[in-house]
Design a protein around this ligand. Structure first.
Ligand SMILES: CC(=O)N[C@H](C=O)[C@@H](O)[C@H](O)[C@H](O)COP(=O)(O)O
Length: 229
């Protein structure tokens, strides 16, 4: 594993993403967000689209977890669903590529196992991260040989509906850590410094924090909701 990726151990990765419908949707703005994250001590960035990644690479020399979010009519999966998105990302070569690794089928009714095999065959030297929603999915992705196992989709799928990453002292994460052979990255609703610290204490290789740092519309909403409850 290269030095840039080794530097992620025990450190914070900030997810700098804003979809077309979000106020901060702009590669320039995501580049500045990444610069701000670096100034704050982040050691990695998670980013969406080759355009945002290219701009972020021009602003900071930090390892990037790259994704392409794209909706397809015949699949629930929207995080790097097909080889088209993988190929786009390989044009800008993020250190790590993340993809949905839930039990849902990909577009064209393709299973994760088949897709991951095709991707590894085409890009054998690329590092990959599995965005999972359950312990079972995480351990299956570990078996398939993903370099990093993420909790990214916990609570966002039918099979994980209502699950909370921090419940019972991060029980889902602890169960994954107890069995996974590959590095585990805590991601998804890690929304306080204390939670970020705790997941590293529990053994996560790294932790991704996004919305609570880079989505002002959601940060603002959390203040207004608390003030008005
Ligand atoms: C569910 C989904 O699509 N999650 C996405 C994965 O790339 C991002 O929108 C999240 O912001 C990221 O995972 C970080 O999580 P949080 O924003 O909760 O710190």
């Amino acid at each position: 594993m290269n030095q840039k990726v080794e530097n992620l151990k025990g450190k914070l990765i900030v997810s700098c993403q804003a979809l077309p419908h979000e106020p901060l949707h702009s590669s320039f703005i995501m580049g500045r967000m990444a610069l701000a994250a670096k100034e704050g001590g982040a050691k990695g960035i998670r980013a969406n689209t080759k355009e945002d990644i290219k701009e972020i690479q021009s602003q900071v020399d930090l390892p990037i977890i790259g994704i392409v979010k794209r909706d397809y009519d015949d699949s629930k999966i929207y995080i790097t669903p097909t080889m088209k998105e993988i190929d786009e990302l390989m044009e800008v070569k993020p250190e790590i590529i993340a993809m949905d690794a839930t039990i849902s089928t990909r577009p064209g009714n393709k299973t994760l196992d088949k897709f991951f095999h095709e991707v590894k065959e085409k890009y054998p030297d690329q590092l990959f991260m599995a965005d999972c929603s359950t312990v079972e999915e995480a351990l299956h992705a570990d078996e398939l040989g993903f370099d990093f196992i993420g909790t990214t989709m916990v609570g966002y799928t039918e099979q994980s509906k209502g699950d909370k990453i921090e419940a019972n002292d991060f029980e889902i994460l602890r169960k994954i850590l107890a069995s996974a052979k590959h590095k585990v990255i805590a991601e998804g609703n890690i929304n306080t410094p204390e939670k970020a610290r705790r997941v590293i204490e529990l053994g996560a290789y790294s932790v991704v924090v996004g919305s609570i740092i880079t989505r002002p519309q959601l940060i603002t909403k959390s203040f207004v909701e608390e003030m008005e409850r």
